[in-house]
Design a protein around this ligand. Structure first.
Ligand SMILES: *[C@@H]1O[C@H](CO)[C@@H](O)[C@H](O)[C@H]1NC(C)=O
Ligand SMILES: *[C@@H]1O[C@H](CO)[C@@H](O)[C@H](O)[C@H]1NC(C)=O
Ligand SMILES: *[C@@H]1O[C@H](CO)[C@@H](O)[C@H](O)[C@H]1NC(C)=O
Ligand SMILES: *[C@@H]1O[C@H](CO)[C@@H](O)[C@H](O)[C@H]1NC(C)=O
Ligand SMILES: *[C@@H]1O[C@H](CO)[C@@H](O)[C@H](O)[C@H]1NC(C)=O
Ligand SMILES: *[C@@H]1O[C@H](CO)[C@@H](O)[C@H](O)[C@H]1NC(C)=O
Ligand SMILES: *[C@@H]1O[C@H](CO)[C@@H](O)[C@H](O)[C@H]1NC(C)=O
Ligand SMILES: [Ca+2]
Ligand SMILES: [Ca+2]
Ligand SMILES: [Ca+2]
Length: 785
């Protein structure tokens, strides 16, 4: 909280300054170029040589690599050879001269990436037997260990040897023994692009065929006769953050009983991932994401029936949602060869069909580019799916026939989160009653309310009275606060007409629970019955300050002045503000929880009725958090949808010092120019300490387009700005998630926004940016159930 009246000390608390992560260094950085001399001597007998690393794995990478005499001048020295860290004792070091080829280049000093390849190979001189289907059997263990070594030898016999990192044999197929494997290569960044699966396949295939007829000359062939033409190699898995890939095997192969590999949990937002196979056998390759998650995980598998994905749907009259279409076993990830077809029949030609997607959008794609996140064909139009952090609706007009065909295919061999869309009819001649159809995303948005809801801003073009009330008689514009205020403001008083009866619904009308609409702005909880069903005066036990604590001057608040204010703490330290909105529910900002270390609800304590930070008072009550919900569209970089809900572990007993704030109705207007209050224990200046006493600052609601310009158009419709052009009063670090509260003439306080972000604190022309509560009410209502 920063206010011009404040005097404060300038000690700066460097936030989390002590917790900088040390950069992780790779293993193979150390080498001593001058201390070691390599002497290559062919035909010399082996002498003393040591590998101090006792584990046999340290030895393996050298199989197939020819060793020479290595002379170390200083003792003991570390060098890196072929990605391995070997310790060599001082003295002369020799290896078997018949295996002698040293290619020593410090290529490993270049940053390298781990690339995964998976595939299968057939061994002609072995047959499958049932024990090999049991992952825990001794036969499985023996055979897979031997084949793993063979694979290692094979890779080392090619140029790929120097990149070899690991290999695993994880399953066997029937007939002449087929084994399934994956291996990883640690490839220098500059070479990464070249090492496609195709190239690696060619190199391995060449090596296999070249030696096929010269049996046994290389160690990997000693035991196994590998059919070179059976080599299948799939996908180098890209280094994108998360990848989950499938392989499809023919029916005949046995399904390993147990999960043999790992499944990913790349993102916190997807704590559980369910994946469908495309056949009775599935191979799952797990790749660690760029982020480090050390949590162990559990993999379970279950057989599920095949689900037909061809459905005929006949829609009935009416504009309500009629059902949902989804990929099989939604929300399971769809399988790599999903093909779904939905035939829809509409009741008459005046209707079209709307598909409502969640966090998934359709867009046109150049003809030759594949759709990586699902291909849709709707009435012969090809569209590509794209996972997004927005809502999206696809409008399908019906022109000549009442039938619509929609297909979904997972075009490339890649899986993805299941896709679902709700469907409904829309009136072709009036798709968005009272609202504007945004052609970019198919959504109906309020026109001329001063907020560019549509990405192209067309909903705010050609407005006679942007964000104002238009007098019917002469098109003059007046503020909404003057509508139905019992004073004639329009020339002939049309602003005072129809104030006590229903009106057609529009962007500025209040919708009662029975679906009718009233013209009077902000009728909720103003002690006058406005809705016929009285719903505007229900659930009004909110938003009142303690009787004796009317706002007084100064920046220190009075106890009980802001009874909805919460302090969100971790290990006794105030981190963020919050607002009590209902029994057991506190709302805050999603960015308070984005750090890995703050993401778990169990580490948080919520204080209500708190006033001082340095001491606890008799009015305060603490709560643990049992569940924490971040808005699913929350985006770290843009701060869009910066809202989180915390469910408390026990009921909140209201008192003069603990009281929920009123939530606005979706149509509630917080008009530009209105003075509202922000409260919190945040820093008193940029970079400063948190404050001991709960602070308050009054700020003015800023017109959306003015703020948008001040912030170079980074202001989304989910944001609301408040502050002053000259700066001076603003929220600051530590206020995050706290309330921007506005008082209605009735004396009740409504939550307009949550402290979200801003450029510094209280700088000129850098308003505070708040999460616009009216835009996230739907999600809040849904989440609180
Ligand atoms: C494989 O790569 C990982 C990660 O870079 C590394 O920690 C490990 O030592 C490597 N193992 C081998 C055998 O190269
Ligand atoms: C290996 O031998 C088979 C017949 O035994 C022959 O058809 C094939 O061409 C030979 N391959 C190579 C690489 O010499
Ligand atoms: C859907 O309707 C078509 C004819 O319109 C029919 O051939 C097809 O079998 C039906 N499919 C299902 C799953 O009912
Ligand atoms: C569609 O909207 C138009 C204009 O509002 C109306 O006249 C018509 O009856 C509506 N059609 C249907 C099928 O509801
Ligand atoms: C206002 O009302 C007067 C008298 O009823 C009428 O003459 C005038 O045209 C009205 N003005 C407008 C703008 O409708
Ligand atoms: C807490 O702060 C208040 C006001 O700054 C002060 O009067 C009080 O002594 C402090 N209490 C403790 C325990 O430090
Ligand atoms: C809130 O959710 C309930 C059901 O969970 C629904 O009946 C109600 O209409 C919703 N209210 C709003 C304002 O969305
Ligand atoms: Ca708008
Ligand atoms: Ca009026
Ligand atoms: Ca009312």
């Amino acid at each position: 909280m920063e206010a011009e009246e404040q005097e404060e000390d300038a000690n700066s608390l460097s936030k989390d300054g002590s917790e900088t992560n040390s950069t992780t260094s790779r293993d193979c950085r150390r080498y001593v170029p001058l201390g070691i001399v390599f002497v290559l001597l062919a035909g010399t007998a082996a002498a003393t040589w040591y590998f101090l690393g006792k584990k046999s794995t340290r030895f393996f990478p050298c199989v197939g690599v020819r060793w020479g005499r290595v002379k170390a001048m200083s003792s003991p020295t570390s060098i890196c050879v072929f990605g391995q860290h070997l310790q060599i004792k001082s003295g002369q070091i020799w290896a078997n001269p018949s295996l002698l080829r040293i290619n020593y280049r410090p290529w490993h000093l270049e940053p390298s990436v781990l690339q995964f390849y998976s595939g299968s190979l057939q061994v002609l001189n072995r047959q499958y037997f049932p024990d090999l289907g049991e992952v825990e059997s001794r036969a499985f263990w023996l055979e897979s260990a031997k084949l793993q070594n063979m694979l290692k030898d094979l890779i080392h016999a090619t140029e790929l040897g120097r990149y070899y990192n690991s290999s695993t044999v994880y399953a066997f197929g029937e007939g002449a023994l087929t084994f399934f494997f994956w291996f990883t290569l640690q490839i220098p960044e500059s070479k990464q692009k070249e090492m496609t699966a195709e190239r690696v396949n060619t190199m391995l295939h060449q090596e296999l065929s070249a030696s096929f007829n010269i049996s046994g000359s290389l160690s990997y062939q000693a035991e196994y006769r590998v059919n070179p033409d059976s080599l299948v190699l799939l996908g180098e898995y890209p280094l994108l953050s998360c990848g989950l890939s499938h392989q499809t095997w023919p029916q005949a192969y046995r399904v390993p009983k147990k999960g043999y590999e790992k499944i990913y949990g790349c993102s916190r937002q997807e704590p559980v991932v369910e994946v469908l196979s495309s056949g009775p056998v599935m191979s799952i390759v797990w790749k660690k994401a760029m982020y480090s998650y050390y949590d162990p995980f559990i993999l379970t598998a279950q057989a599920v029936p095949l689900k037909a994905c061809e459905v005929n749907i006949t829609l009935r009259e009416g504009l309500e949602l009629q059902g949902k279409i989804s990929t099989p076993h939604y929300p399971s990830y769809y399988s790599p060869n999903t093909q779904c077809t939905w035939h829809m029949t509409v009741p008459s030609l005046g209707y079209g069909v709307t598909l409502w997607f969640d966090a998934y959008a359709l867009s046109r794609q150049k003809q030759d580019l594949p759709c990586t996140q699902g291909q849709w064909i709707i009435q012969n139009r090809r569209l590509c799916g794209l996972r997004t952090l927005q809502a999206y609706a696809e409008r399908i007009p019906v022109t000549s026939s009442a039938d619509i065909t929609i297909t979904f295919t997972s075009q490339i061999s890649l899986t993805g989160p299941g896709v679902q869309a709700a469907y409904s009819l829309y009136n072709l001649s009036d798709p968005c009653p009272g609202e504007f159809l945004c052609s970019v995303n198919g959504l109906c948005v309020p026109a001329c309310d001063g907020i560019k809801d549509c990405p192209n801003g067309l909903d705010e073009r050609n407005c006679v009275c942007p964000a104002k009330f238009q007098c019917r008689e002469d098109s003059t514009c007046i503020e909404f606060s003057r509508v139905c205020n019992q004073q004639q403001d329009c020339a002939n008083g049309t602003d005072e007409e129809q104030c006590s009866e229903g009106v057609p619904c529009g962007p500025f009308t209040h919708r009662c629970d029975d679906g009718t609409c009233v013209k009077k702005p902000n009728p909720r909880c103003d002690t006058t019955a406005d809705c016929r069903d009285l719903s505007d005066e229900e659930r009004c036990d909110c938003g009142l300050q303690a009787p004796l604590s009317r706002i007084v001057g100064g920046a220190n608040s009075v106890e009980g002045e802001w009874p909805w204010q919460a302090s969100l703490q971790v290990r006794g330290r105030h981190i963020c503000g919050g607002t009590l909105i209902a029994d057991r529910w506190v709302v805050s900002a999603a960015h308070c929880f984005q750090d890995e270390r703050l993401a778990s609800p169990s580490i948080w304590t919520v204080y209500l009725g708190k006033y001082f930070q340095n001491t606890s008072s008799h009015t305060e009550v603490s709560f643990k958090v049992i569940r924490l919900f971040l808005h699913p569209y929350y985006e770290e970089d843009s701060h869009d949808y910066d809202v989180a809900l915390l469910q408390l572990d026990h009921p909140v007993i209201t008192s003069p010092f603990i009281q929920p704030i009123c939530l606005p109705a979706p149509s509630h207007l917080f008009e530009p120019g209105l003075h509202c209050w922000i409260t919190g224990w945040g820093a008193l200046k940029e970079g400063g300490h948190i404050s001991n006493v709960l602070q308050k600052v009054d700020v003015q609601i800023i017109q959306q387009d003015i703020c948008s310009e001040a912030y170079h158009y980074m202001i989304s419709p989910r944001m609301l700005c408040a502050g002053y052009h000259k700066g001076k009063k603003d929220a600051c670090q530590g206020d995050s998630g706290g309330p921007l509260a506005c008082e209605e003439p009735s004396g009740r306080w409504f939550l307009a926004g949550l402290v979200s972000w801003g450029m510094g604190c209280a700088r000129p022309n850098s308003y505070g940016v708040y999460t616009r509560i009216t835009q996230v009410l739907g999600w809040m209502n849904q989440t609180m159930g």
